[in-house]
Design a protein. Structure first.
Length: 451
């Protein structure tokens, strides 16, 4: 089975993901990413290869980051240890100091026992599949084994968080003075950087979920558990709540009444604001096929084109990079603002969302009303042949539902990439119709694709 998944290497720490794997993976990374024209030119000029390493606060990050740093240093790579920082901060720092590559130790929104290793190339960009494959193959090959003065050094990246926060503040179109923000940091990597950034931007800040102990990351808090944030916003009378996940590459929000504002709504707000300021390249937003129909309707009304990709922020990034687009993301809160980041950045997104409230002097509820969220029903049909969704009878059933929905809804069949499962998603103008049509099509999937 391939080591790399859709977002790096991930698994139970000290289960499948061991210190040995982390060390060997780092050594292989040095072999593969230490090659190429720029790397060779640096070596020829007497410069040493440099990598940035950061982690989220889960307890296993200590031994995994130590193993990664040992693997890199033993391969002749100098390591700057940035400590506990968000994933997008690591990506930014790689570009900011012109490092050769970097590694983030995090399992994002997963529970504390899990962990992961994400590798970024020069410029803080995610690796293409082909390079990941080369690194995986290099794990079984010869390693770099310099001696004496040629081994790598490991140093503390002392001003890493300050650099990142200053970068965030410099990106803002408007200060946040006068707004009261509740931040839920998921006991994760943004527990220090996010409150600092929002306070320095002028907001009054109340913080929850910012006391990481190594095992409480994402535990009942953060972007996958918004109840506590909504309750705190109402309790303190705040204007808005912002939630991150464990590595802070996501942002979801709640308005002053505790209503959830998801990634689609956040993208709608930012897209229109960027278009008004002439910052939305080709007046285009990149989103996945799972984004709500309401986003498409709202963007069409504002003269904005929506490009669709497969589910996953890596596919959004690929499309944005190919077309040079400035905004994209997912319903889950991965929002990519390519003028300022090479990956989803939850702190950046939250700051810009609240900045729009301040700039337009509107509540979040008013801004979010730009988009009507269509009811969406998702049914997972297990134990079916996921390779046969092109079945003629099934496709006719889908077409019949689409004809009945017309412009007021849509149907999406998504085969799982890893198991015999097909996801049936239906959007409609009302919840009853979405529920009925989704279950109707799910029955057809069970009947036609049964194993």
């Amino acid at each position: 089975m391939a080591l790399f998944g859709t977002d790096g290497v991930r698994g139970l720490a000290n289960g499948p993901l061991t210190a040995d794997i982390a060390l060997t993976l780092a050594q292989a990374t040095a072999v593969v990413l230490g090659q190429g024209r720029i790397a060779e030119a640096r070596k020829a000029a007497g410069k040493r290869l440099t990598a940035v390493v950061a982690r989220d606060p889960r307890i296993s990050g200590h031994f995994l980051s130590a193993a990664v740093e040992a693997g890199l240093a033993s391969s002749g790579v100098d390591v700057l240890d940035a400590g506990t920082l968000p994933t997008p901060a690591a990506a930014f720092l790689i570009a900011d100091i012109d490092a050769d590559f970097g590694v983030m130790i995090s399992a994002s929104h997963n529970p504390a026992p899990d962990n992961g290793i994400k590798i970024f190339a020069r410029g803080g960009v995610k690796l293409p599949d082909l390079v990941e494959q080369r690194i995986e193959e290099a794990m079984a090959g010869e390693k770099l084994r310099p001696t004496g003065a040629d081994v790598g050094r490991v140093r503390r990246f002392s001003d890493a968080e300050d650099r990142y926060v200053m970068h965030l503040l410099a990106s803002l179109p408007h200060r946040l003075d006068g707004l009261h923000v509740v931040l839920d940091c998921a006991h994760g990597a943004a527990s220090g950087a996010s409150p600092e950034a929002f306070r320095n931007a002028g907001a009054r800040v109340t913080v929850i979920g910012a006391d990481p102990d190594g095992i409480n990351i994402n535990d009942g808090v953060g972007s996958t558990h918004l109840d506590k944030l909504a309750a705190e916003v109402i309790r303190v009378g705040a204007d808005v709540g912002i939630a991150h996940d464990g590595d802070a590459d996501r942002c979801l929000a709640v308005d002053a009444d505790g209503n959830i504002v998801d990634g689609d709504q956040i993208m709608a707000i930012l897209a229109v604001a960027m278009k008004d300021r002439g910052r939305l390249v080709e007046n285009t937003l990149v989103a996945t096929v799972m984004s709500n129909l309401g986003l498409h309707v709202a963007m069409r009304e504002h003269g904005i084109t929506v490009r669709q990709t497969a589910v996953g922020d890596r596919y959004v990034l690929e499309d944005m990079n190919a077309g040079g687009y400035s905004l994209g993301g997912e319903q889950s809160g991965h929002v990519i603002m390519s003028d300022f980041a090479t990956t989803g950045d939850g702190v950046l997104t939250g700051l810009h969302l609240v900045a729009e409230m301040a700039r337009q002097k509107k509540s979040l509820a008013e801004l979010a009303s730009i988009m009507t969220v269509y009811p969406q029903k998702l049914v997972n049909v297990k134990g079916v042949d996921r390779t046969r969704t092109d079945d003629e009878h099934l496709q006719k059933a889908v077409q019949a539902v689409e004809a009945e929905l017309g412009d007021t809804g849509r149907v999406l069949l998504r085969p799982s990439g890893t198991e015999q499962l097909v996801r049936v998603m239906v959007e409609a103008a009302d919840e009853v119709s979405a529920h009925e049509y989704a279950h109707q099509l799910a029955e057809v999937v069970r009947e036609r694709l049964a194993l």
